[in-house]
Design a protein around this ligand. Structure first.
Ligand code: TXA
Ligand code: MG
Length: 362
């Protein structure tokens, strides 16, 4: 149903598997179910599991064949590196080398949680994980199911978001099934995730710390530890993406074209209504505050929540995009959010979904 461009080689190498969906308690994961999933990881299989940010598609990070299955399942280019997940600081040494003091200070404050650190890669981590780079991205997730799986398998687990390449990240097991049915051995269904956007990726291998992807840990919080850390606008500057593979401009995208509007609320809403009239089937990612603005226009709406509640918007963002896709709209209109706290990550995902196209009110 979700046609995906694959080379004939990829089609034949793709092993046919039957996906097992396992419901599991998100607060107190049943240990017998965790053990089944952990064994699958150790056998070289693929297990999708919830983290506090989005669902991940996991494989043993020490096993090159297992890791290559992740790329095939997602249809992800092998030039796009993955994040390695760990359950303890002890495990960090298995993943990275020459770990700076700053990494431990950040870990103390933000782990377990939605912060990914880019460090020098330990050779025990298969190079496929890092797309051949000598660095590695690593994080300790806080979700009880993710931690239980990591402890039970007791190997570092490489896991990108469990969506097909370029699709919105999955925030429910149902989204994973939509994208990866028959491409993953097990899906641990722990219900909806807590945050809804991915972790913040912070590169510690350069002379100054660089945020490569804004996410669940805010820039303001990071700056309390690293006052001079900077954010790189990878998505707006295609040339820069060479140093961070996988930061492609089109990402996190619904199938429909996305138009992102920015500026003063009243004038932006007028522009959006005009745009909606121009389309046969427009969809709107709607804030509660904009309630009736699109009534009577034959527009499909999907609600993001209150404009003032960034956590709620983050939690609804990807599922709302998928929802509008299922309504077969030909364009999706959305107003930007304030770029503070979680808002920076939300803005980043909207901007990428819109492929960098912003319509301003002036
Ligand atoms: O919240 C998350 O981070 C989720 C959950 C499952 O943990 N994972 C996730 O993975 O979003 P993924 O593969 O969708 O995104 C990984 C990001 C990419 O933007 C990639 O370019 C960057 O991390 N990355 C990974 N390794 C890197 C490296 N060695 N150097 C620079 N960037 C790297
Ligand atoms: Mg992803």
């Amino acid at each position: 149903q979700h046609a995906l461009a694959m080379t004939p080689e990829q089609v034949t190498s793709r092993s046919i598997m039957q996906t097992q969906l396992i419901k599991i308690n998100p607060a107190h994961p049943e240990s017998d179910l965790i053990q089944i999933a952990a064994q699958k990881i150790l056998d070289g299989g693929l297990v999708a599991f919830p983290t506090e940010t989005v669902y991940g598609l996991g494989a043993n990070a020490l096993d090159g064949d297992a890791v290559s299955r992740i790329f095939t399942a997602k249809g992800r280019p092998s030039s796009d590196p993955l994040i390695v997940h760990i359950h303890s600081l002890d495990q960090l040494n298995q993943v990275a080398i020459e770990i700076p003091d700053l990494a431990y200070r950040l870990a103390e404050k933000f782990w377990s949680g939605p912060l990914t650190l880019v460090l020098q890669r330990n050779e025990s981590i298969t190079p496929a994980v890092s797309a051949g780079l000598n660095t590695v991205a690593v994080r300790m997730p806080s979700h009880p199911i993710a931690l239980a799986l990591l402890r039970s398998a007791n190997v570092p687990i490489a896991a990108p978001s469990a969506n097909l390449f370029s699709r919105p990240s999955p925030t429910t097991a149902q989204h994973v099934l939509e994208d990866l049915n028959d491409r993953v051995d097990i899906i641990l269904d722990g219900g909806r995730v807590n945050i809804g956007v991915e972790s913040t990726v912070l590169d510690l291998t350069q002379s100054i710390s660089v945020v490569l992807r804004p996410g669940g840990t805010s820039l303001e919080a990071l700056r309390q530890v690293i006052p001079n850390c900077v954010v790189r606008n990878t998505y707006l500057n295609a040339e820069e993406s060479a140093s961070s593979p996988g930061m492609l401009i089109k990402h996190y995208s619904p199938r429909a074209k996305v138009l992102l509007f920015d500026g003063e609320r009243e004038s932006v809403l007028r522009l959006m209504v005009d745009e909606a009239r121009r389309h046969h089937r427009a969809g709107v990612l709607l804030f509660d505050e904009d309630g009736e603005e699109f009534d009577g226009l034959g527009v499909s709406v999907s609600r993001l929540g209150s404009e003032s509640n960034l956590a709620e918007i983050a939690n609804n963002l990807f599922s709302a995009m998928r929802d509008l896709d299922q309504k077969n709209v030909d364009v999706i209109l959305v107003r930007g959010v304030k770029r503070e706290g979680l808002g920076l990550a939300i803005w980043d995902r909207l901007l990428r979904a819109a492929e960098g196209n912003v319509i301003r009110d002036t």
